[in-house]
Every structure is written in structure tokens, then in C-alpha cells.
Design a protein around this ligand. Structure first.
Ligand SMILES: *Cc1c(COP(=O)(O)O)cnc(C)c1O
Length: 370
């Protein structure tokens, strides 16, 4: 199978054999050494000297941790959203009783930092801003550096969903002033789902000390206290740590800048190939993501049937659209373990299969579809 969804991603043999290691005591010296090594590796990739905590949860668990450790019920807060994952921050914050100013941009477009600046002038009481770096549902990467500058100039705390960017797209956590950055193991890290990483700045710790939202499993202060002893508060996904030990070595060996450049190159290759097939991207080239490409389905094309044929007949697994983009786009994941030959398999399969589907598409879409 050519698994090309934007997470979970394929795992290299190094990760798979690491996963097969015998279990260890999560309160013993082997685990203390393991979590110390993985945490140091995470800090290099996050480009931070802040604490980086590994929680056993999916990416959303990390987003929820960011919310409940920075806010109190009733707090006014700003959520900047360009898609389904941005909206998730709003849902979580409201579930815990925050009052959300939801700043929305059209799906397929990026955040305009000037609009964020304007909103922050209006929302003097909102101390925390939530934003998605790479919006996996639309294939858009926001200009995090510019957004961070605006948020920091306004003296607010910045919480970043970097789940599908950190390790594949450059995130300068400290240099840009990101207070909390979240990333998930099943994305660019080339390991299975199970861990979420949360980088926490000194300012975020100050906010956490005052934040009154209820929390127990996701209490970051408890995670920090345990990490100082080489542990986690609760039994962690030990095997995912083994796999991370292996893939962090691979990332170091390739070099972080080379990893980022490979993602850019593969993403460009993907978009060029899609254009050659006569299809269009949802996002503009200038904001197109290096980790996921969202492709517009020509009107009338039955995406469900197309994706099933690709999977069953060609072994190519792509993702559909989420929420209001369901049936309107399909998405190709190209993060972590990926290079152009993986994309060739996707494009070859589409080249073989698409014409039959496009033939069935009504005339008005045929100009676009060729
Ligand atoms: C995958 C992803 C998440 C987390 O999803 P989970 O299913 O909870 O792991 C969050 N944000 C973004 C941008 C993602 O791509």
C-alpha cells in the first residue's frame, strides 16, 4: 500500500524494528535515558530551549492540553482559523467555557496577519491567541513568523497547532516567540500515532499557574514535574518512544534543513503533476503546504468511487475532504517518509484512472478537466 494520507504516515524499517523492542519499566533507568534522549531531539527539531513534554494522546489531546493549561472558564480568547483544525481549537475552548472571538478566513486561503493585528486591538481583554500553522484540511501553510510578530507586538500568548508542520516545515519556536507549539507523532515524525509533543515557554508556564480550567490527565505542570525525574505522570506509549529514538537519528543524519527542502521539493513536484493532469489545487501556490496537497474535484466527479478504486485497484490511499470540503476535494499527504517516487505512484494511478471519471463529468467542468 502507498499510504498517502496526511497522517498516519508510513514508518521506515528503522522505526518498525525499534517498535519490536522488548518492553521496559517506565519507572526505570532505561526509560529515563530514553525520554531524555527523545526530549533533546524534539528540542532540536522544535528549535527551542523551552520545555517539550510528550503526552500519550493523539494530536487533539495536545491541542486540548494547550487550551486547559492557559485559560480559565469565561476567559475571552482569539482563535484564528483557516479550516477544520483551526475550528477545532474553537470547539475545545468553548467546551471548557471560554468566550471565543473566532477569526475566520475562507477555506483554502491563509491568515492575513494585518487582520489579526486589527482584531487584537479590538480584543484588549483576550490574552491568548490560537492559530494553526499548517492547515491539513485545506493544504495551506500560514505565515507563522508574521502572525507571531503581530501577536507578540500586542503582548499576547501565542498557541500554535504545528501538528502537521513541525519536523517537516520550519518552525522557529523560540526565535518567533511561539509560547506553545503542538505536534503529533503520526505526522512528519515517521512513527505511529500515540504521542503528542507540547513545547511550553516560560510565559506559558506563568499562564498555566493562573489558568483555572479543569485538568487532570492533561496537566502540563504534572508532566514537567515527572519529566524532571525521567518519567511521565501516567504509563506512556513506550514503544513510540523507541521508534522516535530511531527516526530522530534519521532526521539528524539527513539534516533538518535538508528535510525541509525535501518536503518543499516533493510538494512542488506533486502540484506540478496534478496540474499536468488538468486538475486544480484548492490553495494558491504562494500558500500551498509542503506536507499536504488539497486537490479540487471537478464538479460532478464521484470522489468516493474514485478514492475506492485508487485504493482497491492501485493500492494508493488518499484522503477525502473534511467538514464542508467533503466530496469537494481530495488530499495527498507528503510528509515524513516521502520522496518523488512515492508521488509518481500516486500520479501514475490518477493518470490511468481519472480519464474514465472525467468522461462522466458534465460538460461545464470539462474545460478544466481537459
Ligand atoms: C492531524 C492533525 C491534528 C490532530 O489530529 P488527531 O487525529 O487528534 O491526531 C491536529 N491539527 C492538525 C493541523 C493536524 O493535521
Amino acid at each position: 500500500m502507498n499510504l498517502r494520507v496526511p497522517g498516519p504516515t508510513p514508518c521506515p524499517p528503522e522505526a518498525m524494528s525499534a517498535l519490536a523492542q522488548p518492553m521496559i519499566n517506565h519507572r526505570g533507568p532505561e526509560f529515563a535515558a530514553l525520554i531524555a534522549e527523545v526530549t533533546e531531539g524534539l528540542k532540536r527539531v522544535f528549535k527551542t530551549r523551552n520545555d517539550v513534554l510528550s503526552l500519550t494522546a493523539s494530536g487533539t489531546g495536545g491541542l486540548e492540553a494547550a487550551v486547559v493549561n492557559t485559560l480559565s472558564p469565561g476567559d475571552r480568547t482569539v482563535v484564528v482559523s483557516v479550516g477544520a483544525f483551526g475550528d477545532r481549537f474553537k470547539s475545545i475552548a468553548e467546551a471548557y467555557g471560554a468566550s471565543v472571538r473566532h477569526v475566520q478566513f475562507p477555506w483554502g486561503e491563509a491568515v492575513d496577519p494585518a487582520v489579526v493585528a486589527e482584531v487584537l486591538r479590538e480584543e484588549a481583554g483576550a490574552r491568548t491567541v490560537f492559530v494553526t500553522h499548517n492547515e491539513t484540511s485545506t493544504g495551506v501553510t500560514n505565515d507563522l513568523k508574521s502572525i507571531a510578530r503581530v501577536v507578540k507586538d500586542a503582548g499576547r500568548l501565542l498557541v500554535v497547532d504545528g501538528v502537521s508542520s513541525v519536523s517537516s516545515i520550519d518552525v522557529e519556536t523560540d526565535a518567533w516567540g511561539c509560547d506553545i507549539v503542538v505536534s503529533g507523532s503520526q505526522k512528519g515524525w515517521m512513527v505511529p500515532p500515540g504521542l503528542v509533543y507540547v513545547a511550553v515557554s516560560p510565559a506559558a508556564w506563568e499562564a498555566a499557574a493562573k489558568a483555572k480550567m479543569p485538568r487532570y490527565y492533561l496537566d502540563l505542570a504534572a508532566a514537567k514535574k515527572s519529566l524532571e525525574k525521567g518519567q511521565t505522570p501516567f504509563t506512556p506509549a513506550v514503544s513510540i518512544f523507541f521508534a522516535m529514538q530511531a527516526t530522530l537519528k534519521m532526521i539528524d543524519a539527513e539534516g533538518l534543513d535538508n528535510v525541509f527542502a525535501r518536503h518543499q521539493r516533493v510538494a512542488r513536484y506533486t502540484r506540478d503533476g496534478i496540474r499536468e493532469l488538468g486538475l486544480e489545487m484548492l490553495a494558491d501556490e504562494a500558500v500551498a503546504s509542503a506536507t499536504v496537497t488539497a486537490v479540487k474535484a471537478p464538479e460532478g466527479l464521484d470522489l468516493k468511487v474514485l478514492l475506492r478504486e485508487l485504493r482497491e485497484q492501485r493500492g494508493v490511499v488518499l484522503a477525502g475532504g473534511q467538514a464542508k470540503l467533503e466530496g469537494k476535494i481530495f488530499r495527498i499527504g507528503h510528509l515524513g517518509l516521502v520522496d518523488t517516487p512515492d508521488i509518481d505512484k500516486v500520479l501514475d494511478a490518477l493518470r490511468d484512472v481519472l480519464p474514465r471519471y472525467l468522461a462522466a463529468v458534465p460538460v461545464r467542468a470539462s474545460g478544466r478537466a481537459r
